[in-house]
Structures are given as C-alpha cells and as structure tokens.
Design a protein around this ligand. Structure first.
Ligand SMILES: CC(C)(COP(=O)(O)OP(=O)(O)OC[C@H]1O[C@@H](n2cnc3c(N)ncnc32)[C@H](O)[C@@H]1OP(=O)(O)O)[C@@H](O)C(=O)NCCC(=O)NCCS
Length: 278
C-alpha cells in the first residue's frame, strides 16, 4: 500500500474524465495547491481522498465489485484516514469541485456507505439542462465591466457567500459572469452598484459545461431577474458549443425553479454521505 502526498492529481482526474483533460487540468492546477491528496490501493483499485485538516472527501469511488470488496475498501480507507488525523469523511467533493457531488443513492456504492453507518449530509441533484433558450428580451443583462468586477464579486460574497464569490471570480476569467441591474434597488439599499441578480457559468469544471451559482437579491426577487440572467448565461454556454450543461447540487425547491424557466433533460439524484473515522 502506498501513502503519499500527491502534488499533481491530474493523472487520476484525466483518467476519470477522459475527453476533457486539458481544460480540467487548468482548473485543477488552480485548486490543487491546497489539496492533500491521499492515494492508496485496495485490491489494485486506486482510492483517492482529498484532505483538509480533519476532513476528507472521497474523490474517486469504490471499486464496482462485490459488497465485500467495497466494504473492505471503505473500512481500509477509514483506518488510513484516521491514522492521518481525519475524523470526518464525505462521499464526494472536494468543495468547489462539483464534478463528483455525491453518490447515486440507489447505486451499489451508496449502499456500501449505508452499511458502514454513514449519515446523509446532503440530498440534492445534478441537473442536465438544455442551453437552447430564447434570447432574453431585456438588454439590461450584461457582463460586469473590468471597472466594476471586483465590486460585483465583493457584493456576491457579502449577499450570498464567499464560496459563491470564488466560483464567480473563476467564471469572470472565462467571460462567464452575468448580472442584471435595478436602479431603484440600488437607491433603496443606499448603494450605487444596483446589482439585482447574477448568474455564472464555467466557474468550475469548465470543459464540461457547468452552470451556477445563481442568485437574486432578496429585495429584487419575483421580478424575472433570475430568468433573464440565467437565459443569458445558458445562451453563452450554447455559443461555446455546449448543447446541454450541468447544474450541480440543486435542492428540490431550486429544481422547481429550473423546471419553470428552462428545459431540464435529466435529473441525477446525488447523496453526500458522511462517515466518522473513529
Ligand atoms: C431562486 C432565485 C434565484 C429566484 O430568483 P428570482 O429573480 O426571484 O426568479 P424569477 O423572478 O426569475 O422567477 C422565475 C420563475 O421561477 C419561479 N420561482 C422563483 N423562485 C422559485 C423557487 N425558489 N422555487 C420555485 N420556483 C421559483 C417564479 O415563481 C417564476 O415563475 P413564474 O414566472 O411562473 O411566476 C432566488 O430565489 C434566489 O436567489 N435564491 C437563493 C439562491 C438560490 O437558491 N440560487 C439557486 C441555487 S441552484
């Protein structure tokens, strides 16, 4: 069994994601420095966990073999990671990398986690959505100008989350961030930016065609901002050659929203399981 800190997880990822290696490579190089990638093998099956402090995320799955092999593999992984000081292990991730947002809850891998006593940390879906949408009527949707870009990212961080702001900053570097404005909102909130909603694409797993995050300021909801900005981002993905895209990590309520405003071609249920290692 080998145990090592991996500085370049790309070889594994490229095997996993054959077909889009160079684009994925670029994105992973940006993320990899903070990763402690732990690789070991169980019956010649490579198992990879990405660790940060006491938490680890399983990035490449268990072998697709029989129950006993999967159970042994999971148990070995828990022991290995416990030795490294990890106390919590998740069945997907790592954060900000939604290529693997969890396991199919009906699949054999999920059953192995269930047998091991895992708890459900998140139940959500990855949606496959068509990028063929009508041109937005409202030309007020635009990409942030270079002058306002940092203020827009700061606004997303303040109003939504730092994680979303990070993804949007990534999207911005690929022309993948769109915003709508609402002058009256700016006045009401006493700020000049007046951004009402944002939508991003290509903030992660760019080569695969990913959409999100998306948000409308609470004071501007229900006025079609999210629809306009989403349609603009989807059309942009379409122009890049993606007939469909993935919207990862969508909860049930948001699934209803996406069904209302665009064609959802497939819903892949995903469950993020959590196991303690002790
Ligand atoms: C979800 C969200 C982006 C919607 O923004 P919005 O600007 O109010 O949306 P729109 O005005 O364009 O609404 C479009 C349609 O979706 C429906 N809709 C809006 N929010 C919805 C929700 N949470 N659930 C189900 N349907 C919703 C609206 O009723 C409307 O349908 P209608 O035209 O038939 O009336 C906003 O509520 C938000 O920012 N939520 C928090 C962040 C979030 O959940 N982002 C999505 C993560 S995947």
């Amino acid at each position: 069994m080998s145990r090592r800190r991996a500085h370049d997880p790309l070889a594994w990822i490229e095997t996993l994601c054959a077909g889009h290696p160079s684009e994925l490579a670029q994105e992973l190089r940006a993320l990899a420095p903070s990763w402690d990638v732990h690789q070991f093998s169980v019956q010649n099956h490579p198992v990879i966990a990405v660790c940060e402090g006491r938490t680890a995320w399983l990035f490449v799955g268990l072998p697709h073999d029989d129950d006993a092999t999967q159970d042994r593999c999971l148990s070995r992984m828990r022991t290995e990671l416990a030795d490294r000081g990890v106390t919590k292990l998740f069945s997907g991730g790592p954060p900000r990398w939604y290529l693997h947002s969890g396991l199919d809850p009906a699949g054999p891998q999920a059953r192995a986690w269930q047998r091991a006593g895992a708890v459900v940390a998140s139940a959500h879906a990855d949606l496959t959505v068509s990028t063929a949408v009508a041109a937005p009527e409202d030309l007020a949707v635009h990409r942030p100008t270079p002058d306002e870009a940092s203020a827009v990212i700061a606004w997303i961080s303040r109003e939504f989350s730092a994680a979303w702001a990070h993804e949007c900053a990534q999207a911005l570097t690929h022309q993948g961030l769109f915003v709508t404005r609402d002058g009256s909102l700016g006045q009401a909130l006493g700020e000049t930016l007046g951004v009402a909603a944002f939508a991003a694409h290509s903030g992660h797993a760019r080569a695969l065609g990913t959409f999100g995050p998306l948000g409308t300021h609470p004071a501007a909801r229900g006025r079609g901002h999210a629809t306009r900005v989403t349609h603009c981002a989807l059309r942009s993905l379409g122009l890049l050659g993606h007939a469909t895209c993935t919207v990862p990590w969508v909860n049930e309520e948001s699934q209803r929203f996406y069904r209302t405003i665009c064609d959802v071609n497939a819903v892949h249920n995903r469950t993020l399981y959590c196991l303690t290692t002790t």
